[in-house]
Each structure stands twice: as C-alpha cells, then as structure tokens.
Design a protein around this ligand. Structure first.
Ligand code: AAQ
Ligand code: ZN
Length: 368
C-alpha cells in the first residue's frame, strides 16, 4: 500500500517516490496547504496544474467546521474537494497549541475551546485518529505536543516524552490498511533529545517520519542544524517530512540535509498579500515601482499570473480586486512546484550543490 522508493542521492539530498494507493508522490516535494478543504482562492484543477502530488487537509479546522462527520457524510475529503490524489492531514496538535483558545494539556488529552463557537473539545490521540479516518486522508499524523521555542529544557523533555506516548496510542488506534501513519520527532533544538526521540520512534512501525517543533520562531540556521542532526537517525527507507517549512531557501537547505516533503502557508498566504516569489527574490507588488512595468513576474512561468504584466497585477491589488490574490497564489504555488521539479532533476544529475548555490545567489540575501 505505502512504499518509499529511493531513486538516488546527491550529498545529503535524496530523490525518491512515495507510493500511495492514490498515486505516487515525487520527492523532494512541496505540499500545498488546504485548510478548510480548499487551497484558498484556487480551484483544485489550478492546484493540480502547479505540479503538486499531495495536498494537506487540516484536522483542527475541519473538526470544528463543517465537522468530521459532515465531511464523511459528503463522501470524505477527496470527494468533497474533488482531489483524487493523496491527501495528508495534520493531527491538530500544532493548531491547538497555536490557534486553539487557551488549552490545557493532560496525559489524557489536549483540551481547547473552539475558536468558532467556544465549545470545549477534548483532543485525545484516539480522537485525532478517529477524525482523520472520518476525513479519509491517505496519510495521518500522530497527535503530538508542540511547544513554542525558546522553552526550558524540562518543558521540552516533558512534551517530547508525552509525544512519544501519544504516538504509541495513535499507532494502536490506527487500524486502516489504506491510511498511512507518520510519526513526529520533537526535542527542541537539542541534539541529544532529538536523536533519542528519532531513535525511539524509528523503532516503532510508522510509514513515514516528520520533523516537528521547528519553524516556531527559531533562527533559520538553528532549524537547519537541528534537521541536520535529526535525519541521520530516521529510517532511510521511509519519507521524511519537515512540518510547516518554509521559504524557498529553507526548502533547499533542508533538502541538502535529507528532507523529502514540506508544507507551508507561505506561497498562498504571501500570494494573498501581494508578495511574489521569483528567481530574483521576493517582489512586493503594491510597490509603485511596478506601476508601468509591462513584464510578467517571470518570463518562462506557465502560471495564470504570468500571462499578465506586473503593472496589471499591481493594479488588481491596489484596486482590491479579488483576482489579485487568486493569480498570485497560483504563481507562488507554481514557483514552489517548479522549484521542486528543478531540484529533483538536479539531484538526478548529481548537480544539487551547484543548483542550490545558483538559486541562493539569485535570491540574494534579503530574506523572503
Ligand atoms: C509554520 N510552522 C510550523 N507548522 C507546524 C505544524 C503544522 C504543519 N502544517 C499543517 C497544516 C495543515 C493544514 C493547514 C494548515 C497547516 C506542525 N504540526 C504538528 N503536528 N507538529 C509540529 O511539530 C508542527 C510544527 C510546525 N511548525
Ligand atoms: Zn507565474
């Protein structure tokens, strides 16, 4: 049902395919984030055109609205959204700790109040699996205890130990052959804790392994270092997914350290906010400098935005037209999708290091 095929490596970078019942996922790969069963502003066909093989659904949001039973009644997430490729759902752990109205964590559950109607919800490992099974995703994530950094070591250790116990409870509760379960490594920025956590989870039977607890406010260099000393302790024959990451630079730096899959709201959220990703770095389209610019964002880009001028795109944002965010979200997802395609080709050609350095030089040193 689920199998990771390693095609080749180039330094620390891996080229592979994650085979699923709903089709193959080429790696390295980027997964667009669809929070409420939609990648905001885009039809599912427009998302498919960007080269995405797998998209993300969100357990926390869908549990609250329309409710996982409603999604099940509508035929599940695939049928509801019209996407017949693989879907990965997060467990809700991160959203509870970052979005949920103040929550309480006990050994039993993460309890929070719905940010929609204030209802008290008890998210246990078992309930998270139940929700993800009702949504019908192809890949489910274990429920983990995510803490914001910086944090005292005792708190990092406590959340790590709870996350391992919750992973075991999720493993016991997940009984569907057609739904993979990925574990999530925690441990803050600490080498010893990260290696211990990775080793312990690698000894349990999961179809994939995520590196969690990063992109939570730490400096990018600390993220890269942490990924670098965590991936060697994960099984080489399973996919590795770095959660919530990141900028184009983050993707290449972490691919160099053995990561296969990514998800991030940056391309779509920044697209809605008039920030375009290009090989020359980020472009703020509301800037007056673009007013009379007849060039597309990128000459060779096949997206819906690049058949127009930068001047027109700027006008749409300045005028508050809904087409602006739609076009730019499509461009940014196309940029990420093409970057991953170019990366897969570079690894196969044994040119990844040269490719990465050329991209970093083009982007310049001002962060996206
Ligand atoms: C942005 N930085 C970041 N995101 C993280 C996430 C959420 C990943 N994105 C899921 C999503 C799915 C659909 C819609 C929106 C988001 C994490 N999830 C879990 N379970 N554990 C983490 O440690 C963890 C760490 C993260 N850091
Ligand atoms: Zn474009």
């Amino acid at each position: 049902m689920f199998r990771y095929e390693l095609i080749g490596t180039d330094g620390g970078a891996r080229r592979g395919v994650f085979h699923t019942p709903r089709g193959p996922v080429r790696t390295p790969g980027f997964m667009p984030v669809g929070t409420l069963g939609t990648v905001k502003g885009l039809t599912i066909d427009q998302v498919a055109a960007t080269g995405a093989d797998m998209i993300l659904g969100n357990t926390y949001h869908l549990r609250l609205r329309p409710g996982h039973e409603t999604v099940a009644a509508l035929g599940g997430l695939h049928k509801m959204c019209g996407w017949d490729g693989p879907i990965l759902t997060d467990s809700g752990g991160f959203q509870v700790f970052s979005l949920g109205a103040i929550n309480k964590v006990t050994e039993h559950a993460a309890t929070f109040r719905s940010h929609i109607d204030g209802a008290k919800i008890e998210l246990t490992p078992e309930h998270s699996i139940e929700i993800q099974q009702a949504l019908g995703s192809d890949v489910a994530m274990v429920l983990d205890h995510v803490i914001a950094l910086p944090a005292p070591m005792t708190q990092v250790e406590d959340a790590l130990a709870r996350s391992i116990r919750w992973a075991a409870r999720c493993r016991d509760a997940a009984d569907r052959q057609d739904q993979a379960l990925f574990a999530i490594v925690q441990g803050g920025l600490d080498r010893t804790l990260r290696q211990q956590c990775a080793t312990e989870l690698a000894a349990m039977p999961f179809e994939g392994y995520a590196v969690g607890g990063l992109s939570v406010g730490e400096p990018p260099e600390d993220m890269y270092t942490t990924t670098g000393f965590t991936t060697p302790h994960l099984p080489a024959d399973k996919p590795r997914y770095l959660m919530g990451v990141g900028t184009p630079r983050d993707l290449l730096e972490n691919i160099a350290r053995g990561i296969d899959l990514f998800d991030c709201v940056m391309p779509t959220r920044n697209g809605r906010n008039a920030l375009a990703f290009t090989d020359e770095g980020a472009i703020k389209l509301r800037n007056a400098v673009h007013k009379l610019d007849t060039r597309p964002l990128m000459e060779d880009c096949p997206c819906l935005a690049c058949r127009h001028s930068r001047g027109y795109l700027r006008h749409l944002f300045v005028a508050g037209e809904m087409l602006g965010p739609i076009l730019l979200s499509h461009h940014n997802l196309m940029y990420y999708g093409r970057l991953m395609q170019q990366t897969r080709d570079a690894i196969e050609a044994g040119q990844f290091e040269t490719f990465k350095n050329a991209k970093l030089a083009g982007w310049g040193h001002e962060p996206f």
